[in-house]
Design a protein around this ligand. Structure first.
Ligand SMILES: Cc1ncc(COP(=O)(O)O)c(C=O)c1O
Length: 365
């Protein structure tokens, strides 16, 4: 089976992990956590990093640190992984969904303002499947309406908007290091910010609200959202390779493009976009199966599986699912959700694998 994603772990990860193991610091104290926080923040061009146990709690921590809660509203894209909306719900606030842009699949900035109400406190743009959001108009909207900006960069480590890395735009930006992400710590996440006070507040909140200078004195109700030293050790080794991983992801994208160009020229599929202002890191190389294609998207996924190729359908629009069901339909999110497919994209993929995958997509046409 060619898997859709697979971590790339080597002796560097094992060495640092062994070092952490041998030190006895296997929980959330130890030398690697702060190093990982600092180095990841520096990689993204930010001042402070607060490492946490996964990307979902990174979003929750960011929202709580910004005092978002009951009676507030937070704007999110309709087409994203459920964690973006769930983190808002955990705070008691309500996620308000916005449709996707047809050209690059992330939140459509032109459709944000109509969703802003007196209750709106923040926008969470999500850099979906490796492509950055169009940040300039989103930044303007946030500023004009006095809203916080929290970037959900779980799927786009190292992606760039007009030459600037994602994760460097928001009041707080959040990443996931789950096993299928561009770099992984197994489970894990981080919040980045340039605001010292916010970073200190997040640090307090992630450790049960315990005063760092007075043990077991709890200033506020916090959480246990701590990352372990073992995770951070793996993360540090991964971070050394991040540019190599991204280069490989982009090479994989070029190979898919070459192989699938003919189908795309005939309008049968749509290739994974990269806008002129974007550097896409193609977390998962994705295509749209248009109605002109020989078989349906779901049939293609089943056929690929029979040939030993794992693929995934796009996320469902969140507003279609029971916890968030709404009457409105978001046209573009719906279209993307029904036609999109993520293809194998792990950095260990060979040219031969991609040729094989392309030929099996071609066969079905
Ligand atoms: C867009 C997005 N946000 C948040 C998350 C949550 O991250 P985690 O799985 O580490 O909790 C994920 C991913 O897995 C994601 O894809």
């Amino acid at each position: 089976m060619i898997p859709i994603a697979e971590p790339s772990l080597g002796k560097e990860e094992l060495n640092l992990l062994t070092k952490a193991f041998k030190s006895g610091w296997i929980s959330s104290k130890g030398e690697f956590i702060e190093k990982f926080e600092n180095e990841f923040a520096r990689y993204c061009g930010r001042k402070y990093g607060v490492a946490v146990s996964n990307g979902t709690v990174a979003l929750h921590l960011a929202l709580v640190a910004l005092d978002i809660g009951k009676r507030d509203e937070v704007i999110t894209p309709d087409l994203t992984f459920i964690a973006t909306a769930n983190a808002v719900t955990y705070t008691g606030a309500k996620p308000i969904f916005v449709d996707s842009h047809p050209d690059y699949w992330c939140i459509d900035p032109e459709k944000i303002e109509e969703k802003i109400s007196k209750k709106t406190k923040a926008i969470i743009p999500v850099h979906l499947y490796g492509h950055p959001c169009d940040m300039d108009p989103i930044l303007d909207i946030a500023e004009d309406n006095n809203l916080y900006l929290i970037e959900d960069a779980a799927e786009a480590h190292g992606a760039e908007y007009k030459g600037k890395k994602v994760g460097s735009f928001g009041d707080i930006s959040c990443f996931s290091f789950y096993g299928n992400k561009i770099i992984t710590t197994g489970e894990g996440g981080i919040c980045l910010t340039d605001d010292k006070e916010l970073s200190e507040k997040m640090r307090l909140l992630k450790d049960h609200g315990m005063n760092p200078h007075k043990r077991y004195w709890h200033e506020i109700v916090g959480y246990n959202y701590r990352m372990t030293n073992l995770q951070a050790a793996i993360g540090l080794a991964q971070l050394k390779k991040i540019n190599k991983f991204i280069k490989k992801k982009r090479q994989i994208a070029r190979l898919y493009e070459e192989g699938l160009r003919d189908l795309s020229d005939k309008g049968k599929i749509t290739l994974h976009p990269e806008m002129s202002w974007a550097k896409n890191v193609y977390w998962m190389y994705s295509i749209l199966i248009n109605t002109e294609f020989g078989v349906s998207r779901d049939k293609l996924i089943a056929e690929l599986e029979k040939k030993g190729i794992e693929s995934r359908p796009f996320f469902y629009p969140i507003n279609e699912m029971p916890p968030y069901k709404l009457k409105d339909k978001f046209k573009i999110a719906y279209m993307l959700s029904r036609s999109g497919i993520n293809l194998p994209s792990q950095s260990n993929l060979s040219k031969r694998d991609i040729k094989f995958i392309v030929s099996k997509i071609d066969d079905k046409n």
